[in-house]
Design a protein around this ligand. Structure first.
Ligand SMILES: [Zn+2]
Length: 255
């Protein structure tokens, strides 16, 4: 059976914010750190990149501290962004999808539900949604519609042996997690289903939830599919960059 290693690549941060961002509707008085990441799944065959991060222009526009282009970070583990053929977009928030054009030869795997919301639903143009998405990124994805560079997934779907996308709504309408066979069992990159490990351990979401009931069901699903709770990885936890073996600057091997 195909087995992979998973790497977390920090491309921006650290940032600080009220703990209430990371623990929904509580801990207003605390200050917590977080980082921005993409992930790389490596096995026998070609690498699979999870999320595209942010392109340099967008990083300037958003004044993103500690930013290094995701393409540059990937190069540190021998992955050339312009040769990558598989990129999973977990959700179409700017910090996860804003770097799509850094991968000119990739097929992007996106949940159809997520794509339709951001590209076709007028609600997505209202201020709170506009604030967390990026027009250039959306236009780029729209230009790929109907080509083999945009794979719109309908629910859970294996994309390569041992790598399965799992529909995991709650943070957005069609977020997807990525389940990966590893030497330690089934690991899941949950992206922003949770910002931190605490969200999973304490059964408490982070902020930016479009549907809390769906989030609870998603959590149960991801928890039951991962071989252990330690193999269910959040999207912005500061410790992804500090508590795992560092293989290159700002790159850790999670499993
Ligand atoms: Zn995020």
């Amino acid at each position: 059976m195909a087995e992979y290693e998973i790497y977390a690549l920090k491309y921006a941060g650290p940032f600080t914010s009220s703990g209430a961002l990371l623990m929904w509707f509580k801990e207003w008085e605390t200050v917590e750190k977080r980082n921005y990441y993409i992930w790389c799944i490596k096995g026998e065959g070609e690498p699979v990149v999870v999320d595209a991060g942010v392109a340099p222009e967008l990083a300037r526009e958003r004044d993103l501290g500690g930013y290094v282009s995701p393409a540059e970070v990937l190069a540190r583990i021998g992955v050339k962004a312009d040769e990558v053929r598989h990129v999973v977009i977990t959700h179409i928030h700017w910090d996860h999808a804003g770097g799509v054009r850094l991968f000119p030869n990739a097929t992007f795997y996106v949940q159809e539900k997520e794509y339709r919301f951001w590209l076709k639903d007028p609600i997505a143009s209202r201020p709170p949604f506009k604030h967390v998405s990026d027009e250039t990124c959306k236009a780029y994805l729209a230009s790929l519609e109907g080509t083999d560079r945009l794979a719109l997934l309908k629910g859970d779907q294996q994309i390569l042996p041992g790598i399965e996308c799992l529909l995991a709504p709650g943070h957005t309408v069609g977020l997807q997690a990525v389940a990966v066979n590893t030497a330690r069992g089934r690991a899941i990159l949950g992206s922003d289903c949770a910002h931190t490990f605490r969200n999973y351990r304490e059964d408490w979401p982070s902020a930016l939830i479009v549907d809390l009931v769906e989030w609870m069901k998603t959590y149960d699903k991801l928890r039951s599919r991962a071989s252990s709770i330690d193999l269910l990885f959040p999207g912005h936890d500061y410790t992804l960059a500090t508590q795992y073996p560092e293989v290159a600057k700002d790159i850790t091997r999670l499993v």
